[in-house]
Design a protein around this ligand. Sequence first.
Ligand code: NAD
Length: 272
Amino acid sequence: MPKVPIRRLLEGQTAIVTGASSGIGKAIAIELGKAGANVVVNYVSGPDKAEEVVASIEGEGSHAVAARADVSNEAEVQAMFAQAKAEFGTVDILVNNAGLQVDAPFADMTLAQWQKVIDVNLTGQFLCSREAVREFKARGVKPEVSCAAGKIICISSVHEVIPWAGHVNYATSKGGVMLMMKSIAQEVAPWRIRVNSIAPGAIRTPINTAAWDTPEHYAELLKLIPYKRIGEPNEIGRAAAWLASDDADYIHGITLFVDGGMTLYPGFETGG
Ligand code: NAD
């Protein structure tokens, strides 16, 4: 863990982080707050957990507010952006983090299981990104705040490139996020809107407890990770704070893999 204090790279900016009451989203919200941003802590259920994240951000000296919205519901997403603008004036940063898994063997997967994952993981990112781009275009660049009119970070997964048996709906949603992100990036660059993804590897959160909750499971997991440890949520948080900042101003349309080398084909470690 770095010992130097984080610079307040995002002072004067407002960020919406979806699915921010737990796991990676919570860590991103806290790190953006530490970097000086006002943070809208989106959640879909459990307001108490979202309020804890708000309190933690305020404890570090930044402003935060909780906002309930189902990211797959157009009206609720629009109401969340309206709430953010009413509270903080505008939105400078969107982190599309909300996501879920509904796993099933492919032959048994119901249409409802398929649709739920696509709705939240892909359509949710579309709905939030569209509102963000509308706001960024309408406002334009404010040089005293940032070189860019706005920044979007999509939380993807190593499964945007690694196929995943038993999780076809999830891998499809993340593969979709990859080309959605790149296509939006290509379209909105002339407005100085930056769009990128972060693809986490295995990170210690509630979504994948079964992969690290016993020594046996953890040992199996490490076979997939050349760096031989699981990642922690704040490692994604710090990457997001940097990627959203002007230090990363020329980075556009890429996926930043934060995965301890999971995408390096570790099965070939011993020569294949
Ligand atoms: P998590 O379950 O703790 O977080 C997901 C969050 O999304 C939860 O807070 C949940 O309430 C929220 N959410 C679900 N449906 C929603 C909806 N309709 N509207 C708003 N919010 C909703 O798990 P996590 O690991 O922190 O996952 C965060 C993101 O990171 C996801 O997009 C996930 O796919 C991605 N990811 C996680 C890992 C990992 O190893 N943990 C790896 C790669 C990618």
